[in-house]
Design a protein around this ligand. Structure first.
Ligand SMILES: [Zn+2]
Length: 676
């Protein structure tokens, strides 16, 4: 039998109608829901929204299914491994309700096609995301398009649900978030994007595969094949498992240990990465990793890919251009060699680095990490042969710490992620929280309850709900707070311009949005402003060189925002989202359509205390980064202090430094000054 019977469906509707009320219940089949994320929370949540009676669901996720997801992401089966999460989740959940339409999208929510207009087509957005960056992006898009959002997150036994609506409640960015030290396990195996992902991979996965208990996956794979599941994928997984077996055997036999480190290296940093690369779908929205090669790193001929400055978020203190490969390296072996390596006794700054306090704090080159990988693998293999059954991570066990440091850094090189010193790895390696299915299930239920309140417009009933580790009071609720008046995201006035970025200039947009004012005192008309795209400053009152340039030449295109900040802090900030011209736009007409009426920014109260008092660190003149030749302009402190009352802009200055770019094509050079 496929799908529920007519009786079940009718019975469900009766109960839903009794609980939700006739009006809301009748509205759900037409309500357009965007569900972002089809992972731990997403699977639970999709099931809930389908069973509640929502009829029009768009489900978006950029990931593919990993074997390690299957213990909690219950819409997936073993045969689905390596397929799109969004597609499979939609396929599995659709039969739960015969009247549901689920539109799955395998993609990145930050792609330009998902612009303000696209977001505005939904009645409500539900976040089931596990990373801060994407959550902040969806928050901003919902604030810009004025669509209600329910935000959520889980970490182990803890969870949170927060309904958000522009001008009614706080937004996700009203209170700055501390950088989380924990994260779900599912990002570790296939698509790391931060140093901690690589550290956890080395510590919890690779170390166990090589030196831990024999985790034999072949039984599982046999079963899967018997059931006639995706033979090609099973073959790939079996090959991977077999290759680990060979390495494990080599590590345990005195005759082969000499070559075991090389075998292990080539397996995980070369052939496994090549296998991943062959799945082109995975790398449509991400930078693909680079396979490493043992011999050419060892003899100093390996070439690392040039790291491109990120197109949207150039981070000045990310990994420096990784052309330096380390000097030609003779592998240090034995503990004396490692001691030398970590103390940097061979390094250029030898004398200062040998100070006891700086031990372990030297950044290791690619060659250094290879040497450390070989040396620690040899030491761990010797311990197995001396009779230790299994070895697991202990931050105070130098052999395992060396291994995790080297393996994590090598993986970071392959994925173009910032590397960490041994000292930093020791600090970071201790902090992992498992993803717990029950927490995801509870949070998903709460998301639906808050979504229903938003759809009913029962704004007074909205609650910020926390799931906490207190058996007597597992749930705590807090009434919603009003927006933070200084929030740099939800206090901006949003508008949109439809345009052809190849033909429209920055000046046309800025002048068009400000309008002529006609003597009205409403914030329209010419005034002194600075213009940003994300963290890049594109113009200020003393510098309008870019006004004549097209948006495309400034790399300001569909889906991005131009932020217009009043120089005197008298008027609120206007954020202009860029969309595409309608298909019927006449060719001879100006290549842009301004909003009508023009946005009216609110008049701002001036801060009574000097904002610098609350700044952790202001960005004085000499810390401003200038990229490329820029002899025309002399900067004053004004740029650095623009709108520092806005927490998000203050944070941008604080965390990222201020980057002045004359052109989107400018590259960050090695000699840029790094703030911090
Ligand atoms: Zn806000």
């Amino acid at each position: 039998m496929s799908g529920p019977s007519k009786t079940t469906y009718t019975g469900r509707t009766v109960h839903a109608e009794a609980i939700l009320g006739r009006e809301l219940c009748a509205r759900l089949p037409q309500t357009k829901v965007l569900l972002v994320g089809a992972g731990g929370i997403g699977c639970e949540l999709l099931k809930n929204v389908v069973l509640t009676g929502f009829g029009n669901i768009t489900l978006l996720d950029l990931d593919t299914i990993d074997l390690s997801n299957l213990n909690r992401q219950f819409l997936f089966k073993k045969k689905d491994v390596k397929q799109s999460k969004a597609l499979i989740a939609a396929q599995t959940a659709a039969p739960f309700n015969p009247n549901v339409h689920i539109h799955p999208i395998h993609g990145n929510i930050k792609e330009p096609e998902f612009d303000i207009e696209w977001f505005a087509g939904f009645d409500i957005v539900l976040n089931a995301l596990d990373n801060l960056d994407a959550r902040r992006h969806v928050n901003k898009m919902c604030m810009a398009s004025n669509v209600p959002l329910v935000e959520s997150g889980t970490a182990g036994y803890l969870g949170q649900v927060q309904p958000l609506l522009k001008d009614r409640t706080e937004c996700f960015d009203c209170i700055p978030k501390p950088t989380p030290k924990t994260f779900p396990v599912c990002t570790i195996r296939s698509t790391p994007s931060q140093p901690i992902h690589c550290i956890v991979w080395a510590k919890s996965y690779l170390l166990g595969q090589l030196f831990g208990e024999d985790e034999d996956a072949s039984g599982e794979l046999d079963d899967a094949e018997k059931q006639g599941e995706n033979a090609q994928e099973i073959a790939t997984l079996r090959k991977e498992a077999q290759a680990f077996k060979a390495v494990r055997a080599a590590l345990r036999s005195p005759t082969t240990t000499g070559d075991a480190a090389r075998m292990a290296f080539q397996k995980v940093f070369n052939s496994d990465i090549r296998n991943l690369l062959s799945m082109a779908d995975m790398w449509r929205s991400r930078a693909p990793p680079l396979p490493l090669d043992f011999d050419s790193i060892n003899n100093g001929t390996f070439i690392l890919r040039e790291e491109l400055p990120s197109q949207t978020n150039a981070v000045p203190n990310g990994p420096s251009k990784a052309k330096a490969n380390g000097t030609k390296n003779n592998i240090a072996s034995g503990s004396r060699g490692v001691e030398k390596l970590l103390n940097g006794a061979n390094g250029a700054n030898g004398s200062t680095l040998t100070a006891a306090g700086l031990k372990d704090q030297r950044s290791l080159t690619l060659g250094d990490n290879l040497a450390l990988f070989v040396s620690s693998t040899d030491r761990l293999a010797a311990r197995l042969q001396a009779g230790e059954d299994t070895i697991s991570f202990d931050k105070d066990d130098d052999d395992t710490l060396d291994f995790v440091t080297a393996a994590a850094n090598l993986r970071s090189f392959a994925y173009t992620i910032e590397r960490k010193t041994r000292w930093e790895v020791k600090e970071m390696a201790g902090n992992i929280i498992p993803a717990i299915a029950t927490t995801n299930a509870i949070i998903s239920g709460l998301i639906v309850l808050q979504a229903l309140q938003l759809l009913r417009k029962s704004y007074d009933s909205l609650k910020n709900v926390h799931l906490q580790f207190k058996p007597s009071v597992p749930l705590s609720t807090i009434s919603m707070c009003p927006p933070n008046p200084n929030c740099g995201i939800c206090r901006d006035v949003y508008t949109k311009v439809l345009c052809d970025p190849a033909r429209v200039t920055l000046g046309e947009i800025v002048d068009g949005i400000l309008g002529d004012g006609e003597g009205k005192d409403d914030g329209t008309g010419k005034r002194e402003v600075s213009v940003y795209e994300d963290k890049r400053i594109l113009s200020d009152p003393d510098w309008d060189d870019n006004f004549e340039r097209t948006l495309e030449s400034l790399n300001v295109t569909r889906g991005k925002f131009l932020t217009i900040v009043d120089e005197d802090g008298e008027w609120g900030t206007i954020a202009v989202g860029l969309g595409v011209l309608p298909p019927n736009h006449p060719v001879e007409a100006p290549p842009f359509v301004l909003p009508s009426p023009l946005p009216l920014p609110p008049r701002k109260a001036r801060p009574s205390t000097p904002p610098s008092a609350t700044l952790k660190r202001s960005a004085p003149d000499d810390e401003i980064l200038e990229i490329g030749p820029s002899t025309k302009r002399a900067k004053t402190n004004d740029t650095a202090s623009i709108d520092i009352t806005s927490p998000s802009k203050k944070r941008r200055l604080d965390e990222d430094g201020l980057i002045l770019m004359e052109s989107a094509n400018d590259k960050l050079e090695d000699d840029v000054i790094e703030i911090d």
